[in-house]
Design a protein around this ligand. Structure first.
Ligand SMILES: *[C@@H]1O[C@H](CO)[C@@H](O)[C@H](O)[C@H]1NC(C)=O
Ligand SMILES: *[C@@H]1O[C@H](CO)[C@@H](O)[C@H](O)[C@H]1NC(C)=O
Ligand SMILES: *[C@@H]1O[C@H](CO)[C@@H](O)[C@H](O)[C@H]1NC(C)=O
Ligand SMILES: *[C@@H]1O[C@H](CO)[C@@H](O)[C@H](O)[C@H]1NC(C)=O
Ligand SMILES: *[C@@H]1O[C@H](CO)[C@@H](O)[C@H](O)[C@H]1NC(C)=O
Length: 247
């Protein structure tokens, strides 16, 4: 008789637990990507523009020289009105407070700044992006844990990935051991690992790295994110077992 009620209770409890653990998961540090443009050469004063995604900035007034800071990975270009002709493409990655970059618009009629953001807004996604040309230009190939959009084999001349992740690159699909790409975040849970100039044949990509899995017993800080679904599954299992026993 109380059978349906018990099941309802189990689901209700499970739902609360799942919500709780998903929230816990979101507490993982992340940082919104950001770029600020200043009407001064030393990032002094208030920014004249704040950007979180691809943005163009039109120079209407005379700007004797500007400067900018970035959080995340961006390119900055100076362009003509049509945005087709640009020069001075600068690739910048880092933390907002670390560096101030100067920019002196020198050429006539190049009156637009073009700020382009790369990667996910919070710098945490488990994604690796290859480019067919150096400095994140040319065709792009995005790989996630399931290999989305990736078509092998490719030759990559630059790449970046976000978050505290490790990837394994195999030259050919049937190779047993590839090269590990370790993140360079130094323990931070968000951020970019970049290589603007390389030349690598990519026949297959694996999330995680066998070599690393073999040589370490676990991944202390990002392991909790990976184990989340298992945790939830385990909890659900435990809860349902408990309820069966209870009845
Ligand atoms: C930038 O600063 C100069 C003076 O240094 C000023 O003449 C100009 O109007 C300013 N431009 C903007 C967009 O604030
Ligand atoms: C940009 O952000 C800074 C700090 O949050 C603020 O002081 C400034 O007014 C903003 N500038 C614009 C143009 O929104
Ligand atoms: C800049 O634009 C003006 C007006 O369109 C044109 O007369 C001038 O030749 C251009 N200067 C250069 C260096 O292209
Ligand atoms: C991988 O496959 C290619 C042919 O597709 C073969 O020539 C090569 O010997 C294989 N390598 C290994 C390590 O099995
Ligand atoms: C990546 O990390 C693993 C284990 O932490 C290490 O054995 C390996 O040498 C590293 N690879 C590179 C290219 O630094």
């Amino acid at each position: 008789m109380n059978h349906p009620i018990t099941i309802y209770r189990v689901f209700f409890l499970a739902k609360i637990l799942v919500t709780f653990f998903l929230r816990l998961n979101n507490v993982i540090a992340q940082q919104e990507q950001f770029a600020s443009l200043y009407n001064s050469t030393n990032c002094g004063g208030n920014p004249i523009s704040n950007m979180t995604t691809e943005v163009t900035y039109l120079i209407t007034d005379y700007l004797p020289g500007v400067s900018y800071r970035v959080e995340g990975l961006w390119t900055i270009e100076l362009c003509r009105e049509n945005y087709l002709t640009c020069y001075l493409r600068e690739v910048r990655s880092g933390k907002l407070d670390e560096n101030c970059y100067q920019l002196i618009p020198e050429r006539e009629n190049y009156t637009r700044f073009l700020f382009t953001r790369f990667g996910d807004v919070n710098q945490v996604k488990t994604e690796l992006t290859f480019f067919s040309e150096p400095e994140f230009k040319g065709e792009r190939f995005l790989v996630d844990e399931r290999g989305r959009e990736y078509k092998e084999p490719i030759e990559a001349q630059s790449y970046f990935f976000t978050g505290q992740n490790v990837w394994e690159i195999l030259k050919v699909r049937n190779e047993t051991e590839g090269t590990c790409l370790n993140d360079t975040l130094g323990g931070s849970e968000y951020g970019f690992t970049v290589n603007p100039r390389t030349r690598m044949q990519v026949g297959a990509v694996r999330f995680e790295c066998r070599e690393r899995i073999r040589s370490t017993t676990g991944r202390p800080s990002s392991g909790n994110r990976l184990g989340l679904s298992e945790t939830i599954f385990g909890l659900l299992l435990a809860v349902s077992c408990a309820s069966v026993k209870f009845r």
